[in-house]
Design a protein around this ligand. Structure first.
Ligand code: BES
Ligand code: MN
Ligand code: ZN
Length: 501
């Protein structure tokens, strides 16, 4: 459920709620002019001087990432006051405000609050959209399958955001955009968190259809028969060892006068057992998240459908379950591909790049100005970058600059990795055109090099390896670092950038 968000010209100290969270810029230390309003005004007096005392004790100066919490003992109309530092006003950026919003919502959840009051300084007001995104992302929990006492005692339902001036239409639009964007990210997280017995390839197709119906997007789902007819042999190979057959999902949004055409492709392995090259038992359950790239694409398309940019956007998902039955593909197999080339199978656990190869070959026929794929592709990427950061690759510098700018604007942790040409030799096969894995070292890079083989003449391509953030954070609220849904904000920023161009 989205939060009920109200923005009004008010002083936080006079508002009532379960928790009040106030953001301040670096405190000026007494040299305050009368006209400088602060969302903290009135609190110290109401609390009988306890707040300033507390600031001194904790050395709280309003610096970025500093925060203090204090019980109000009924002296204001909320049980608890939390003050968060935002640092200097001049340096404040959207991502800082988004993280603040998330912190506020997480604090509210910790306090079992239903009603939250948020106060922000004037410097944060232009970032209302980011604030709302942070609130919605921070409030997120995945509680669908817990019952009885395990259910959360309270759920954050409403947020009052106090600002200096009466909010105008721009503010309202920013709130709506923030909620639409966050709903997309949270949908991606819901899909990623669904267990694999519930969310199998066809169920993912149904989820995409439902999103398309709600937002007026086009959605075509190619079933197993169609996949075989079209010659998507790599998706077939990966998916045929499961009772749950694979499908290819193609969602699209076409505005009246599109400025550009962007395509986003996602790996949709609804469960990755490894296939015959079966994974060890420890941690196998995390592989329910192996469709996080696909979830991102569906979540992004939901945001696109709600925000309706002047850009043609396609979302393509290769969905399959990687299982080891008697019909499963094997190491040693040679399979064709939609692209026409033959691929020698080395390890059935390197399935993601195979389904993506066919999806990329399908996508390139649509003639995109920019093609972005995202996938929980390699453990190697996670070993390199940890669990809060994604790795990404671009096929030229201009594209890389564009992507880096988008990631910087959203503050998502995404680190560029190099397409080292000298590692390409690892993909040479004795019996087929190419093999799909290299040796142990540089595993994320060789996977990216393999994918690049299937983009044809597409000029601008980015591959994101989102393995770390997607499989580690699960249902925890967003804290500005890793979490499922990671990447969606940046992808939308690319679309937004194309609509401004
Ligand atoms: N889905 C995994 C990658 C993965 C592992 C993501 C752990 C998140 C957490 C992928 O399909 C895989 O199994 N990759 C192999 C490739 C190897 C066999 C070349 C890997 O990374 O070990
Ligand atoms: Mn695998
Ligand atoms: Zn996988």
């Amino acid at each position: 459920m989205p939060l009920k968000i109200t923005v009004r010209s008010a002083q936080p100290v006079k508002e009532s709620g379960d928790v009040i969270v106030v953001a301040v810029n670096t405190l000026s230390g007494g040299s305050k002019k009368k006209k400088d309003r602060s969302p903290l005004d009135g609190f110290d007096r109401a609390l009988g001087g306890a707040l300033v005392k507390r600031f001194r004790k904790d050395d709280f100066k309003g610096k970025k990432d500093q925060s203090v919490g204090i019980s109000t003992l009924g002296k204001v109309k909320a049980d608890r006051l939390i003050v968060c530092g935002l640092g200097d006003a001049a340096a404040l950026r959207g991502p800082d405000v988004r993280v603040f919003g998330a912190k506020a919502a997480r604090a509210a959840n910790t306090e079992k609050a239903k009603r939250l009051v948020v106060g922000i300084p004037a410097s944060a007001e232009p970032f209302m959209r980011e604030l709302v995104e942070g609130l919605e992302l921070g409030a997120y929990r995945f509680t669908k399958y817990v019952t009885g006492d395990r259910r959360p005692k309270a759920e954050l339902a409403s947020v009052t955001i106090c600002v200096a001036d009466k909010p105008d239409a721009t503010v309202k639009a920013r709130v709506d955009a923030g909620q639409a964007m966050a709903a997309g990210v949270n949908l991606a997280r819901d899909l990623s968190n669904e267990p694999p017995n519930v969310l199998y390839p066809e169920a993912l197709g149904e989820a995409a259809r439902a999103v398309a119906k709600e937002h007026g997007l086009k959605c075509v789902v190619l079933d197993f028969k169609k996949i075989q007819e079209k010659g998507m042999k790599l998706i077939q190979a990966v998916g045929q060892g499961s009772e749950r057959k694979p499908c290819l999902i193609h969602m699209s949004w076409t505005p009246p006068k599109p400025k550009k055409k962007l395509i986003f492709v996602g790996k949709g392995i609804t469960f990755d057992s490894g296939g015959l090259s079966i994974k060890p038992a420890a941690g196998m359950g995390d592989m329910k998240h192996d469709m996080s790239g696909a979830a991102n694409v569906v979540g992004l398309m939901a945001a696109i459908g709600a925000l309706k940019p002047d850009v043609e956007v396609h979302g393509i998902v290769a969905a399959a379950e990687n299982m080891p039955d008697g019909g499963a593909y094997r190491p040693g197999d040679v399979w064709g591909s939609l692209d026409g080339r033959s691929v020698e199978i080395i390890n059935t656990d390197a399935e993601g790049r195979l389904v993506l190869a066919d999806a990329l070959a399908y996508a390139r026929e649509l003639g995109p100005d920019l093609l972005v794929d995202n996938a929980t592709l390699t453990g190697a990427c996670m070993v390199g970058l940890g669990t809060t950061c994604s790795g990404w690759y671009a096929n030229n510098e201009e594209t890389a600059e564009m992507f880096a700018a988008a990631a910087k604007a959203t503050g998502e942790n995404m680190w560029r990795l190099p397409l080292l040409e000298e590692l390409k030799d690892q993909l040479k096969s004795d019996c087929a055109d190419i093999k799909h894995t290299g040796d142990r070292y540089g595993g994320s890079i060789t996977a990216a090099l393999f994918l690049r083989e299937f983009i044809g003449s597409v000029g601008a391509w980015v591959h994101c390896d989102i393995a770390g953030p997607s499989t580690s954070d699960r249902a925890r609220g967003w804290d500005g670092k890793g979490a499922t849904g990671h990447g969606v904000l940046t992808f939308y920023e690319l679309v937004d950038g194309a609509s401004r161009a």
